[in-house]
Design a protein around this ligand. Structure first.
Ligand SMILES: Cc1cc2nc3c(=O)[nH]c(=O)nc-3n(C[C@H](O)[C@H](O)[C@H](O)COP(=O)(O)OP(=O)(O)OC[C@H]3O[C@@H](n4cnc5c(N)ncnc54)[C@H](O)[C@@H]3O)c2cc1C
Length: 376
């Protein structure tokens, strides 16, 4: 099958490798240079669904050593002062052998490995332009050109979107009082805060806060920002040094009204952009890629290429909608300070602290997503 992919972010890049490995000829269109693609300062939480995709395309063994594995995911609700932990034992049996609840990946490391990998694959042709000269040459066109997709605008595919009146502030910080293999999701009325291990005492902090507060905090000298951070961190955890400049990262909710248009298929942030709470973003993007790869690998599909976009939309719907609902719920749950919700919040945390079945259920959703997938 001849496939064009527009956009070589982490979704387009993984899609090109996955589809080429499944036997397609792929033209990968990207307007930025490799250097610009690599030099983005982002940190991702990788779940087992992403690990499976990386294994399937044959890059897991090469990149797993550059990822930081975590065995504990602590969830804290600051308002009710309760917490619980997801452990490796809460994963499905087949995932427990990896002895990791998840992994943390730095963008530059993962992107440079993928670009290097692409350069050895014959069936991927990288084209440094944003315009596809002749769309008739392709059986499928995959739009992976990000949340401000020009492809989507050109095809007039509407999307539902709103802003959270919040932005994320991210910083790499040396912390005292934490294990190097634990991650945190802290729900506070300012907004969710994630602490992700980067190896040793180094951690990535990703905190969402109101635009006003974030602009103020970003203007602070580093040592005062550090004092402010210490007020957000769990009891007993002390920030020592900020390694980089704290940066803002815009957050919004955006969901396409349709996941395809003719022979165009929307994947990754082109199709859905959610709040980073729960670390679902990149994993959801890569599950889109897994779905298309499964579809084009179906034996009967060669004669019915035209139904791939429809089958794709159908099979991605439940996963994308449910993750959109869960992430949005978590943001609202975290920010509400209504006394009426005190009792339900305490009940939820007590159940999750005591019941392994409840933790398994939630962790399985966070790890594998929801819904239906076509398999070869
Ligand atoms: C500033 C910022 C910071 C972020 N930080 C984090 C983070 O810390 N942790 C996290 O989990 N997630 C983060 N995210 C989200 C995360 O980057 C995405 O979930 C992930 O990169 C997958 O995105 P994507 O490949 O679908 O789209 P993108 O990464 O946006 O890639 C789209 C690509 O398409 C290219 N493109 C656009 N238009 C065209 C065109 N017309 N022709 C050719 N190419 C085109 C762009 O140059 C880009 O390379 C961040 C996003 C942003 C914007």
């Amino acid at each position: 099958m001849n496939i064009a992919i527009i956009g070589s972010g982490l979704t387009g890049t993984i899609a090109s490798i996955s589809l080429a490995k499944a036997g397609s000829r792929v033209d990968l269109y990207e307007r930025l240079s490799d250097e610009e693609l690599i030099n983005r300062d982002r940190t991702y939480a990788i779940t087992h669904s992403s690990r499976r995709i990386l294994e399937r395309i044959g890059v897991w063994s090469d990149i797993s050593s550059s990822l930081v594995s975590f065995q504990y995911l602590n969830v804290i609700d600051n308002q009710i002062n309760k917490n619980f932990q997801f452990l490796v034992n809460d994963l499905n049996n087949r995932e427990q052998q990896y002895v990791s609840v998840g992994w943390i990946a730095q963008h530059n490391i993962i992107m440079s490995s993928m670009l290097e990998y692409i350069s050895h694959i014959e069936h991927i042709n990288k084209i440094p332009t944003s315009v596809i000269p002749n769309t008739h040459n392709y059986d499928l066109i995959i739009a992976a050109d990000g949340s401000n997709s020009t492809t989507k605008k050109k095809l007039k595919t509407p999307s539902f979107s709103f802003d959270y009146d919040q932005i994320c502030v991210t910083a790499k910080v040396l912390l005292r009082g934490l294990k190097s293999n634990e991650a945190f999701e802290i729900l506070s009325t300012e907004g969710p805060l994630a602490i992700l291990p980067l190896g040793g005492d180094l951690f990535q902090i990703i905190c969402s806060q109101s635009i006003k507060k974030a602009s103020y905090n970003l203007s602070l000298p580093k040592h005062i920002f550090l004092d402010y951070l210490s007020t957000l961190l769990p009891y007993g955890v002390e920030p020592d040094t900020i390694i980089d400049e704290p940066k803002p990262y815009p957050i919004k909710f955006q969901l396409n009204s349709s996941f395809h248009s003719g022979k165009y298929i929307y994947v990754g942030e082109t199709c859905h952009t959610f709040h980073p709470v729960g670390g679902q973003g990149l994993n959801l993007c890569w599950r889109d890629v897994e779905c298309i790869t499964n579809l084009i690998s179906l034996p009967f599909i060669r004669n019915y290429k035209f139904i791939i976009p429809v089958l794709y939309s159908f099979s991605r719907l439940i996963d994308v909608l449910s993750i959109s609902f869960i992430t949005d719920f978590l943001v609202r749950y975290s920010r509400t300070n209504s006394c009426l919700l005190f009792i339900p919040k305490i009940i939820i945390f007590s159940i999750l602290k005591r019941s392994k079945i409840a933790r398994k259920f939630i962790l399985n959703i966070m790890t594998n997503g929801f819904g239906f997938n076509f398999h070869k």
